[in-house]
Design a protein around this ligand. Structure first.
Ligand SMILES: Cc1cc2nc3c(=O)[nH]c(=O)nc-3n(C[C@H](O)[C@H](O)[C@H](O)COP(=O)(O)O)c2cc1C
Length: 206
């Protein structure tokens, strides 16, 4: 699994920076390929095409999710490249959990209605340096990711002509196209992937 941690914080070397470092290490120890990057509201996010999972989060400041992450949904191409990506969310904040789930997480989730949210967690200040809490979050991501892949592969049938078309795609791109097409078919409720479905998915993804 290739994962990118996209995050924001105003405090360089602060609690979120340290948390993201530990999260990356914990995930890498499971064999995943992990990169991390700080959000910028006007960045080019086309690079996230290369990742299977986007782990996304930030602190809350004055009741708003940190601005470079939140702003990326409005000012950059983040939303475009997140299309149908599997996403895991986290927040770091001082508020009690129910309040954070009710008031802060929706600030991210309202932009992710077409995404599969693998898991979401609000980390209290104490949990940010708690290795067990971080490992549990990583376990939840991996478990949900594997489950999502299994569900997809079990249900979909590739028609012969679609398989032939897939085989003609250079191997470097083939798996990415296969996954994107399966995700599209799953979302549309198709049980069988035909050449027409591949064309539809291609038009949608362009
Ligand atoms: C200026 C400031 C404003 C904050 N506002 C909130 C808030 O409105 N709600 C909340 O739950 N936590 C709030 N917090 C707590 C932070 O979200 C929390 O401490 C977080 O872990 C800080 O991350 P950082 O160390 O990367 O900056 C605030 C913290 C600071 C410093």
């Amino acid at each position: 699994m290739k994962a990118i941690i996209l995050y924001d914080t105003r405090s360089e070397g602060g609690s979120t920076d340290r948390f993201v470092e530990s999260l990356g290490k914990s995930l890498a120890e499971t064999g995943a390929y992990v990169e991390k990057g700080k959000c910028k509201a006007t960045a080019d996010y086309s690079f996230i095409q290369d990742f299977d999972v986007v782990i996304m989060g930030a602190p809350v400041y004055y009741m708003l999710v940190s601005s470079e992450l939140l702003g990326s949904f409005f000012q950059s191409n983040l939303k475009k490249y997140l299309n149908r990506k599997k996403v895991a969310l986290f927040l770091t904040c001082g508020s009690p959990e129910p309040m954070a789930y009710m008031m802060y997480l929706p600030q991210l989730k309202m932009h992710l209605v077409r995404n599969k949210i693998l898991t979401e967690k609000v980390f209290t200040p104490a949990e940010l340096s708690d290795n067990q809490a971080i490992d549990d979050y990583v376990d939840n991501i991996l478990h949900a990711y594997k489950k999502a892949l299994k569900t997809r592969n079990n249900n979909l049938i590739w028609a012969d002509d679609a398989q032939e078309l897939l085989a003609q795609i250079p191997s470097f791109f083939r798996n990415r196209i296969k996954i994107a097409t399966e995700e599209y078919a799953e979302e549309m409720g198709y049980r069988e992937i035909t050449v027409a479905v591949i064309d539809e998915a291609k038009a949608e993804l362009e």
